[in-house]
Design a protein around this ligand. Structure first.
Ligand SMILES: *Cc1c(COP(=O)(O)O)cnc(C)c1O
Length: 424
């Protein structure tokens, strides 16, 4: 793990962290619904996009703009829109590119909410072709004339499958299809999917970007480099004159605006100040997770899954694509649901919560919560078993976390048989 390579400097002093109207160090909170104009002519010019200006906060707001520009700069994109949630971002992105009759190839052990959205999209005539692992071999045979996008998560959770973005994007581009990457669990600190070849990046800012667990939000970053074929991508035909920026313009002036999933100005502010420490937090979180995973891996009677453990199936991909960082999520199997509950209940420093990406360590039993609606097959495909414990590692002292988990696991043993759990 190299030190941050200038990430924090660029983040704090990048061009989008300057230029606020009264030289504020942070973007002022424009907690308003609408903006007042001196003349009707001026407001008309704003509506005609002939002059820059804000009219109504669902369509644009300076605090939200500041956060959008910061994430756009971090990801290296050409345009960004903030959304009310990560789900709202995924919805707006997919509905901007696809229309009834189109297909999306999607996979890599997706977030439960995304799987739920896909059931809705099916009802609206957009067909989802699901694959368990998004690889060149699995995706290639599924591409046809109706395929309009490939969607996947860079690091899935809790199974921690790492998408090989360079190879999938190459395949996608050969077929004239954009690759959309949900990079929520990776964050731009660990990997920048646009640099790896993806065309659109999505985040739930509710997680690591905000980091403080204080607001729901999402963002879509358009790389602005995909060559849309407007005969194929008919959903964007009206935006043909904008060329490579067709998606950004459609989002901004059409789908995103009309769907109404804007971010709240206060949430944009809270998320903006949250990202100030993104590099520091991610560095610490990854180090903590790595140390905790290696410590737990020494213990008998549990089975640990984390990307920097050589036993993990995506260990090599993580080295290649994630610069050796493993991210903030690890999981372990405890042998039984009862033992998983006992461990979770006796942890001192981990909060029992369904979120990820907080500064505090969070822990949950996914099978009885996040996957309560899922079938056994869906659960297994997502790498979730009856005895899986998911940990979203925080920034506490690693020694304290290791001591806490070690004690909870040791105290949860009921007898010698615990040493001989089989994990099938
Ligand atoms: C949380 C999450 C989402 C959804 O984001 P919300 O802000 O909760 O709507 C989407 N994708 C991933 C990978 C997530 O972790």
């Amino acid at each position: 793990m190299e030190y941050d390579c200038g990430f924090n400097t660029k983040l704090l002093h990048g061009k989008t962290s300057k230029g606020f109207p009264n030289r504020e160090i942070l973007p002022p909170i424009s907690q308003v619904t609408a903006f007042r104009y001196d003349s009707m002519e001026e407001l008309e010019r704003v509506f005609l996009h002939k002059s820059m200006g804000y009219a109504y906060s669902r369509i644009g707001n300076p605090t939200i703009t500041a956060f959008e520009q910061r994430i756009q700069e971090l990801e290296g994109g050409a345009g960004a829109v903030c959304c009310s949630s990560g789900m709202s971002a995924i919805t707006a992105a997919l509905l901007s590119i696809c229309e009834s009759g189109d297909e999306i190839i999607a996979g890599n052990c997706l977030y439960g909410g995304t799987i739920g959205l896909f059931h809705d999209l099916e009802k609206w005539g957009i067909h989802i072709v699901s694959v368990k692992d998004l690889t060149e071999e699995t995706v290639k045979p599924l591409i046809n004339a109706h395929t309009k996008a490939i969607f996947g998560e860079l690091i899935s959770n809790p199974s921690l499958k790492v998408m090989n973005v360079p190879s999938i994007s190459r395949l996608a581009h050969e077929a004239g299809i954009p690759l959309i990457v949900d990079s929520t669990t990776a964050t731009p600190f660990i990997a920048r999917p646009l640099e790896l070849g993806a065309d659109i990046v999505i985040h739930s800012t509710s997680k690591y970007l905000n980091g403080g667990g204080n607001s729901i939000g999402g963002v879509i970053v358009d790389g602005g480099t995909f060559r849309w074929n407007f005969e194929k991508h008919t959903a964007l035909r009206e935006f043909k004159k904008f060329g490579k920026l067709a998606l950004s313009v459609r989002l901004r002036t059409d789908t995103w605006e009309n769907l109404g999933g804007c971010m709240a100005p206060m949430n944009a502010f809270l998320s903006y100040i949250g990202t100030d420490t993104l590099g520091l937090r991610m560095q610490r979180i990854c180090e903590n997770a790595d140390r905790l995973a290696h410590a737990l891996d020494q213990m008998k009677g549990i089975q640990v899954s984390y990307l920097t453990l050589p036993s993990h199936p995506c260990y090599e991909e993580a080295k290649d694509i994630l610069d050796g960082y493993g991210g903030g999520i690890l999981s372990f199997r405890a042998g039984s649901k009862e033992r998983a509950f006992r461990i979770i209940n006796s942890l001192k420093y981990a909060c029992i919560a369904s979120n990820i990406g907080d500064v505090r360590t969070l822990v949950i039993h996914p099978a009885s919560t996040l996957y309560i609606q899922a079938s056994k097959e869906e659960m297994q495909a997502a790498g979730v078993y009856e005895d899986t414990v998911r940990v979203s590692v925080g920034i506490e002292s690693a020694d304290d976390l290791i001591a806490d988990f070690t004690e909870a696991i040791n105290n949860s043993r009921e007898g010698k048989e615990d040493e001989n759990y089989s994990f099938r």
